[in-house]
Design a protein around this ligand. Structure first.
Ligand code: GUN
Length: 316
C-alpha cells in the first residue's frame, strides 16, 4: 500500500533543467541523478580550464581498510572522468600523525590543490579530529572542518556541506519531495552523515524547512519515531535494520548503509546491503533508494561539485 505523502510518481521532474529523472517504479536511480551532477561539474571544469585553472583534488588514504580502498578508487576515477587534476596519496598503516600532518600542510600550501580529502577511518595512532582541523577550511571539500560544520549549522552558504547529506538533499529536490514542514527522521548521529543531515534539513529555505528528529543507538522505541517519518534517512551501519513495519505507508526512505553480508548464492560469498530491508520496505514506501546505486553515487558527485566550487572560489 502506498500512502499520500507529497511525492511524485514514476518520473520526477528536474525543475532546474526541465528534464525528467528515470526511475524504476518507486526506486530512485542515484546513478542517473549523479550522472547529471557530473555533467554540470564537467562543464564547469571546462570553463575553468579555459581560464587556465585546472581544479585539483588530492585524496589521502592511510592504511589498508578494504572498503576505504574501494571508495578512494572511485573518487580517483570520477575526478579523472570529469577532467580534474589530482593525486591519491597512499600511506602505510604505520604512518604517524606527524607524517600525515606534514602532508596536509604541503597540500594546504599548494596552488594546484583546491580540494583535500583524508579518507576516514584513520589508524588508531592518528587523531582524526586533529587532522580534519589541519585542512584549510577553503580546501575542506568533505565539509568536516569545524568552520564548515559551524557554517552549515548557522545557515551560511559559503562553506562546504558534507557530501552524503548534500547528495541526499539534492536527490530529494530532484525527485520533487516536498520537505517543507515534513517530518524528517534521521537514524544515526555520525559527524559524516547523521548530524550534518539533520542540520541541513532543519535550515530555512528550499529543500529544507523540515521538522527533524535524530535517532541513535540509545533511542527508546525507535519504531515510534520512524513510523511518524514522511522522510526517513537511515545511516545506522546495521544491515537491514529498518523493516517494513517501521515505515509509514507513503514515506520516502533514503538508505545510506553499505554493509557486506554473507551470501552463499554469490560467487564472492557475500553481497552488499543497506540499512533497510529493501525488498519489503519498497512495498510500503513511495520512494526508496537502492544499495548499491543510490546514495553512494551521489556522495562522489557532490565531492566533485565541492571541488570545482573550491577551485572557482580560489580563482576569484
Ligand atoms: N569515510 C566514509 N565516508 C567518508 C567521506 O565522505 N569522507 C571521508 N573523508 N571519509 C569517509
Amino acid at each position: 500500500m502506498r500512502g499520500d505523502v507529497p511525492v511524485v510518481g514514476r518520473e520526477a521532474r528536474d525543475e532546474s533543467r526541465g528534464t525528467s529523472i528515470p526511475m524504476n517504479e518507486n526506486v530512485i536511480d542515484g546513478a542517473a541523478i549523479a550522472a547529471r551532477v557530473l555533467d554540470e561539474v564537467r562543464a564547469e571544469v571546462d570553463r575553468l580550464k579555459a581560464r587556465g585553472i585546472t581544479p585539483g583534488l588530492s585524496v589521502v588514504l592511510v592504511g589498508d581498510d578494504p572498503a576505504s580502498a574501494v571508495y578512494v578508487r572511485s573518487k580517483e576515477s570520477t575526478s579523472r572522468d570529469v577532467g580534474m587534476a589530482g593525486e591519491t596519496i597512499r600511506l602505510g598503516a604505520a604512518t604517524t600523525q606527524f607524517e600525515l600532518l606534514a602532508i596536509v600542510d604541503r597540500l594546504n600550501a599548494s596552488d594546484q590543490v583546491h580540494g583535500i580529502l583524508v579518507q576516514m577511518p584513520l589508524p588508531r595512532q592518528i587523531d582524526a579530529d586533529l587532522v580534519l582541523r589541519r585542512i584549510r577550511p577553503d580546501k575542506d571539500v568533505d565539509g568536516f572542518h569545524p568552520v564548515n560544520v559551524g557554517k552549515l549549522l548557522i545557515g551560511e552558504t559559503d562553506g562546504f556541506v558534507p557530501c552524503t547529506p548534500a547528495g541526499i538533499q539534492y536527490m530529494l529536490e530532484v525527485c520533487g519531495v516536498d520537505t517543507r514542514g515534513a517530518e524528517c527522521v534521521v537514524i544515526g548521529r555520525s559527524n559524516i552523515v547523521g548530524k550534518p543531515m539533520a542540520a541541513l534539513m532543519m535550515q530555512n529555505g528550499a529543500g529544507a524547512d523540515a521538522t527533524v528528529t535524530i535517532c541513535h543507538s540509545r533511542t527508546r522505541d525507535l519504531s515510534a519515531h520512524t513510523r511518524r517519518a514522511d522522510i526517513l534517512i537511515v545511516a545506522a551501519g546495521r544491515p537491514q535494520m529498518v523493516t517494513a513495519e517501521m515505515v509509514k505507508p507513503g514515506a520516502v526512505v533514503i538508505d545510506v548503509g553499505m554493509n557486506r553480508i554473507p551470501d552463499s548464492t554469490k560467487k564472492s560469498g557475500s553481497r552488499l546491503v543497506g540499512d533497510v530491508d529493501f525488498e519489503r520496505v519498497r512495498e510500503v514506501a513511495s520512494l526508496i533508494t537502492p544499495v548499491p546505486g543510490g546514495v553512494g553515487k551521489m556522495t562522489i558527485a557532490m565531492l566533485m561539485r565541492n571541488t570545482v566550487r573550491a577551485a572557482a572560489r580560489a580563482a576569484r
